[in-house]
Design a protein around this ligand. Structure first.
Ligand code: PEP
Ligand code: MN
Length: 265
């Protein structure tokens, strides 16, 4: 990285190297909130790949607000992600919640996600910084830009230069009509303050599928390098985050709409 220039994060996937960054085409990451079973993850992977996504996302270990809610299938979900990777060649992005699972996650994941709730889990940040897989660092739901950039510094300082920042909405006072407040203005702010690639997650950012397409387009218009979109074959039956998940058909049409907004894919 040269001072004053945007850096890139390059990830090798079975389908080839994918570059995240200002000088590169838009990278779309799509998939369900949680990996639920083999059929749904393979079907979703095939559909999002056909629509133009480069990475499949899906949670194996889920940070749920309630301990009684579905917690993710853990290790068996990692095996299903590996199968989807083999089947489609898509790169895999999945979340690590606990350092104890970092090694088995890193065997399957091409990019390791740190979720909003762990953004300032400094011991976890040091551990993902000490391994080689690129890291997707989601913004904490009440993190300032400074908090977030310093969290990224923990990973960088531990020796891992490959960090992607993901804005996923912050908490403001309205939770009735939106789940979070998607801070799109942070894109040009980050561009001025950091060289790291910038991803926007309009799914968690709004909480509602109906708002995802417009905010995804706005994210591109304001200069995001990448998008993360939740897609589920049957959102009404999803075990987590169904209300904000697009169907594969809606995702496919969104991808066609995105290609006319700005940054090429
Ligand atoms: C997710 O990506 O499914 C997730 C739990 O995201 P966040 O950490 O942004 O809430
Ligand atoms: Mn989710």
């Amino acid at each position: 990285y040269r001072h004053g220039e945007a850096s890139e994060v390059s990830v090798s996937t079975p389908n080839g190297v994918v570059h995240f960054g200002l000088q590169h085409p838009l990278v779309v990451v799509a998939g369900p909130c949680s990996v639920e079973n083999e059929e749904m993850i393979i079907e979703t992977a095939r559909r999002v790949k056909a629509a133009g996504a480069r990475f499949l996302r899906g949670g194996a270990y889920k940070p749920r607000t309630s301990p009684y809610a579905f917690q993710g299938h853990g290790e068996s979900a990692l095996e299903l992600l590996a199968a989807a990777r083999q089947e489609t060649g898509l790169g895999i992005i999945t979340e690590v919640m606990d350092a104890a699972e970092l090694d088995i996650i890193a065997e399957v994941a091409d990019v390791i996600q740190i979720g909003a709730r762990n953004m300032q889990n400094f011991s976890l940040l040091k551990k993902v910084g000490a391994q080689e897989k690129p890291v997707l660092l989601k913004r904490g739901m009440s993190a300032t830009v400074e908090d977030w950039l310093m969290a990224a510094e923990y990973v960088l300082a531990a020796g891992n230069p490959n960090v992607i920042l993901c804005e996923r909405g912050i908490r403001t006072f309205d939770r009735q009509y939106t789940r979070n407040t998607l801070d799109l203005a942070v894109v040009p702010v980050l561009r001025r303050l950091t060289h790291l690639p910038i991803m926007i997650d309009p799914s968690h950012g709004t909480g509602w599928a109906a708002y995802v397409p417009d905010t995804a387009k706005a994210a591109i218009a304001i200069g995001a390098d990448s998008l993360m979109i939740e897609v589920h074959p049957n959102p009404a039956k999803a075990l987590s985050d169904g209300p904000q998940s697009l169907t594969p058909d809606r995702f496919d049409s969104l991808m066609q709409e995105l290609s006319v907004v700005g940054k090429a894919m």
